[in-house]
Design a binder for this molecule. Structure first.
Ligand SMILES: [Zn+2]
Length: 318
């Protein structure tokens, strides 16, 4: 797929400001009016800006893409994010699609809570759910959903009507496994919403990065990855907003580095992909408090605007 075709109209904003104004460069700040995120135009909202540790006092990974007051795409549902979903004003009945980057707990732990909440809403159309295929170590997306909601062995089989054909319910979940490689692949579209994925490297865990296009705006979600493999650069090419995971500090080694990308790698990918703006999320105890070092490593490679995410931050995509 030629991403230039879908995003070639975008070019770099050309922001290039000194380090001291890094966070404020190009007026790139989240909206404080989280309750009205995306009420006009397109916006990405951070539901969870943390990693797995509860002591970071952040919900785990989760994001919404809004368009004109409708929450259209939900990317990951880590622990704590179901509460943030409610606080954001979103409703499950609004969603066109749910996308999983992978099935670590900090990306999927609140999924059942959202589905249960949806039971009280008036959703009448199918709910497509996309995520990675499985391996011996992790379930596929269809396995993950059926392990929770399957009628015979699902942990929450009392809600199987929302999954199993033939049972009476207002809507059905429709889980799909995405077999991706390092070339972006078109996965889903509904109206003016288009979704693309690439495989990313996250240890032995099958993992995807996602690109969500609404109209002519594009938001790319790295998910968890060590940044190896060139697919993420292709996926993020000319994106308006690139949300990358700041899970390890510069200089990380060993298992931390094998699973996650340090700031220098994030900055290089943002630069190589010519993204218009960068948001750093999935902040953890090992990166919180090191923002100055993170900023400086990114700034050496990427000259565009960047910001550190907090829960419920809203980033309009203009
Ligand atoms: Zn994670």
């Amino acid at each position: 797929m030629n991403l230039r075709r879908i995003s070639g109209r975008f070019s770099s904003s050309g922001c290039s400001l000194p380090l001291v104004s890094f966070l404020l460069s190009c007026a790139f700040l989240p909206s404080v009016a989280a309750q009205s995120c995306g009420s006009q135009g397109i916006a990405a909202q951070v539901l969870g800006s943390g990693g797995p540790e509860l002591q970071d006092k952040r919900a785990s990974s989760s994001y919404l893409v809004w368009e004109n007051g409708q929450a259209r795409a939900l990317i990951d549902v880590g622990g704590g994010s179901a509460l943030r979903f409610g606080e954001s004003g979103a409703q499950m009945s609004q969603l066109d699609v749910i996308l999983f980057t992978h099935f670590h707990v900090d990306h999927s732990g609140d999924f059942a809570a959202l589905i249960k909440s949806s039971w009280f809403e008036d959703r009448k159309r199918a709910l497509p759910i996309y995520g990675p295929a499985g391996n011996d170590f992790m379930p596929s997306t269809t396995e993950f959903v059926s392990d929770l909601f399957g009628e015979k062995r699902g942990a929450y089989r009392y809600l199987s009507e929302l999954l199993v054909p033939g049972e009476e319910s207002s809507y059905k979940m429709q889980p799909h496994n995405v077999v991706a490689n390092s070339t972006p692949v078109a996965v889903f579209h509904s109206g003016d919403l288009y979704v693309y994925a690439v495989r990313v490297v996250h240890g032995q865990v099958p993992a995807l990065a996602w690109r969500v296009q609404v109209g002519n705006r594009n938001v790319v979600f790295s998910g968890d990855t060590n940044g190896q493999d060139g697919g993420l650069v292709q996926l993020a090419m000319n994106a308006d907003l690139f949300i990358a995971h700041n899970a390890v500090p510069e200089g990380a080694v060993g298992i931390e580095r094998r699973l996650h990308m340090p700031p220098s790698v994030i900055g290089q990918i943002a630069e190589d992909a010519h993204v218009r703006s960068l948001v750093l999320s999935h902040r953890m105890l090992r990166t919180l408090g090191k923002e100055d070092l993170t900023q400086s490593e990114i700034k050496k490679r990427y000259s565009g605007p960047a910001a550190f995410a907090n829960d419920l931050d809203c980033f309009p995509v203009r």
